[in-house]
Design a protein around this ligand. Structure first.
Ligand code: COA
Ligand code: AMP
Length: 635
């Protein structure tokens, strides 16, 4: 590895974190500068920029308008599913955000209150997030592909005073009404918000106030028509900006907390140093505001930077074809794009020779960034050859909020090794630990851990649950945060991420919990017990497979087809179609340890055709023999 800017920055970030991040913090405007850069007075709970006060929305909008960027595009909304494109300038976005912020304030939403946002990829989603930030309310965006049970779990935990929703989302081939799902979620949740504000889309208008509800239902357009714009409310650097729920192994999602100060500093730093994007550049992230990639790199990082962010309501294929991304890049002069590897696999499947590229001018494109799941070398090579620009993997997770490992294109571009997201990003002390807690030697696999303290922008804790933060992330190795991924570091210091070591699923870059899907299966009246495992899939990286044992007295031979059909439907209705569960097998027994733990990993290995790890504590090894043919059969 060269001895340039990267090594110097990395070294300094670990030996002098206060100096390093103190300097980075100068890129953010504070109303009161921090008194301490790193507050380590209460380990393992570390806080960044204590004493500092700021407003994230001010830094994302007002300051750019004040400094002359008012007429620059902040957002280019490009929506092939509705056939619309709309450019919103920084001044225009500021006006919309201030008005909605005023409307929320008029409903009594205050600093520290939670607001759930259930909106698809439309400008109103960005407006809603920033309006919350403006008045110091804490937003919690729920991905539109999640069905009522998932939405209800988030409402139950976040206890929002208000919910902002759209009347519908639009998928490639169908319109998805959101209001019935929201109503069902609110019926299930013991917590009820005071207000539900619905943004009406003409593709499917929602009925507002038609039900006898405990909460007030309001029309978004009417509400903002009467609202007075609101100014920015100062918050502490350590006050939460948002909660984003992510999937663990159980059915109960984890509320990842993001603070204001550390987040703004880290994201602004990452945009220049990792992604090589500066003010005025056009940046296109094809993801969804419901995921962390959307929070960080559709909304906050580009706007904090004064760049232009493309908000794309469409798919990589089918809207209308596999040239969709190339059209967006050429129409808007995109400098760099970011998406999940699955999207490129989908494009490749439809257009293996990349013939659709010829129709577009991609001369503005300098880099493609991919993250959210493992970037397989094959897809990397295909994209690199077809596009002729660096295709850059980066590895991180909802908890960290920004890359842990990357090839830092702004700071010091490095040679790319296919299959590796390159090197640890400054601020992150990445260690591969063996089961005994020692450092794994170069080239040897272990648990990827981050030595505490982690840099600014990473989660300080879980929402209302310090205990779960400690037990879920910090208890495996003393002084380290457990990422949940396994991998290795090679002799050049490059990290290779092999995949989750727990039962978290990653389906088309979407993080899902085996527990949620199992809960949906277990709720079927004929199911005695069940297990869900993630198996390899050429397009989506991984897809879930369900294995169920039916109750005594249920005739699996006669009723099997009906039960399997109903189970697939249940998962769509409870978790969401995005879970992509298509295969459920009825089996006679599930393999377990003597203490009753289901051996999902063993089944996963069998399904993927690998040699299974069979623990000595297995209760009955003959169960595996019976399962073998089922697991190895592909649909
Ligand atoms: N709202 C409602 N439903 C949604 C949804 C949303 N926001 N997103 C997906 N769904 C539905 C889809 O319509 C589909 O339903 P179906 O089973 O009735 O067809 C189902 O969930 C599965 O969706 P998806 O995973 O998108 O699969 P697909 O086969 O339709 O498309 C890809 C495959 C590769 C094109 C698609 O997965 C994709 O674009 N992936 C990129 C992933 C990404 O951006 N991840 C973000 C992390 S960086
Ligand atoms: P999420 O929190 O939804 O962003 O999912 C994070 C998980 O996705 C990580 O823990 C990894 O398992 C996986 N992941 C994300 N990016 C990558 C990557 N570049 N390479 C390998 N796995 C990744």
């Amino acid at each position: 590895m060269s001895d340039g800017a990267y090594s110097a920055a990395y070294e300094r970030s670990l030996t002098d974190p206060e100096g390093f991040w103190g300097e980075a913090a100068e890129a953010i405007e504070w109303t009161v500068p921090p008194t301490r850069v790193l507050d380590d007075s209460n380990p393992p709970f570390y806080r960044w920029f204590t004493g500092g006060r700021l407003n994230t929305c001010f830094n994302a909008l007002d300051r750019h308008v004040r400094d002359g960027r008012g007429e620059q595009a902040a957002i280019i909304y490009d929506s092939p599913v509705t056939g619309t494109t709309r450019t919103i300038t920084y001044a225009g976005l500021l006006a919309e955000v201030s008005t909605l912020a005023g409307a929320l304030a008029s409903l009594g939403v205050e600093k520290g209150d939670r607001v759930v946002i259930y909106l698809p990829m439309i400008p109103e989603a960005v407006v809603a997030m920033l309006a919350c930030a403006r008045i110091g309310a804490i937003h919690s965006v729920v991905f539109g592909g999640f069905a009522p049970a998932e939405l209800a779990a988030r409402i139950e935990d976040a206890q929002p005073v208000a919910v902002l929703a759209a009347s519908c989302g639009i998928e490639t081939t169908r319109v998805i009404p959101y209001k019935p799902m929201l109503d069902a979620a609110l019926d299930r949740s013991s917590h009820k918000p005071e207000s539900v504000i619905v943004f009406q889309r003409e593709q499917c208008r929602a009925e507002i106030g038609e039900r006898d509800t405990e909460w007030e239902e309001l029309d978004w357009a009417e509400l903002v028509a009467d609202a007075e714009p609101a100014d920015c409310v100062d918050v502490d650097a350590t006050d939460p900006l948002y909660i984003l729920y992510t999937s663990g192994t159980t059915g109960r999602p984890k509320g990842i907390v993001r603070d204001n100060g550390g987040h703004a500093v880290a994201l602004r730093w990452s945009m220049g140093n990792i992604y090589g994007i500066g003010p005025g550049d056009v940046w296109f992230t094809a993801s969804d505001v419901g995921w962390v990639v959307g929070h960080s790199y559709i909304v906050y990082a580009p706007l904090l930077t004064g760049a232009t962010s493309v908000l794309y309501e469409g798919k990589p294929v089918g809207t209308p074809d596999a040239g969709a991304f190339w059209r967006v890049i050429s129409d808007h002069g995109v400098t760099a794009m970011f998406t999940a590897p699955t999207a490129y696999r989908a494009i490749r499947r439809e257009d293996p020779d990349g013939t659709l590229l010829a129709a577009y001018d991609l001369s503005s494109l300098q880099t493609v960034f991919l993250a959210g799941e493992r970037l397989d070398p094959d897809t990397w090579a295909w994209a690199t050859e077809r596009l002729g620009v660096p295709v850059v993997d980066n590895w991180w997770q909802t908890e960290t909020g920004w890359p842990v490992a990357a090839n830092l294109r702004g700071l010091e571009p490095m040679p790319i090794k296919p299959g590796s997201p390159s090197v640890p990003v400054p601020g992150y002390a990445v260690h591969v630990l063996s089961p005994t807690g020692g450092q794994a030697p170069a080239g040897e696999e272990g648990a990827i851990c981050l030595k505490l303290p982690m840099p600014p922008g990473t989660l300080p804790t879980l929402w209302n649950d310090d205990e779960r933060y400690l037990s879920g992330y910090l208890s495996a190795y003393d002084g380290y945060y457990l990422t949940g991924d396994g991998g290795l570091v090679d002799e050049d210091g490059y990290l290779f991420v092999m995949g989750r070591t727990d039962d978290v699923l990653n389906v088309a870059g979407h993080r899902l919990s085996t527990g949620s899907i199992e809960a949906a299966l277990a709720g079927h009246p004929d199911v005695a017990e069940c297990a869900v495992i993630g198996v390899a899939d050429d397009l989506k990286g991984q897809v879930p497979r369900g294995l169920v044992v039916v109750k005594a007295g249920v005739d699996a031979a006669a009723e099997g087809d009906r039960i399997r059909r109903e189970l697939v439907q249940r998962v769509r209705d409870e978790v969401g179609a995005v879970a992509s569960l298509r295969q459920v097998d009825i089996v006679t027994a599930l393999p377990k340890t003597r203490s009753g733990k289901i051996l999902r990993r063993t089944m996963r290995e069998m399904a993927d055709g690998r040699t299974p790890t069979i623990p000595g504590t297995i209760e009955d090894v003959s169960v595996l023999d019976a399962l073998g043919p089922v697991l190895r059969a592909t649909p």
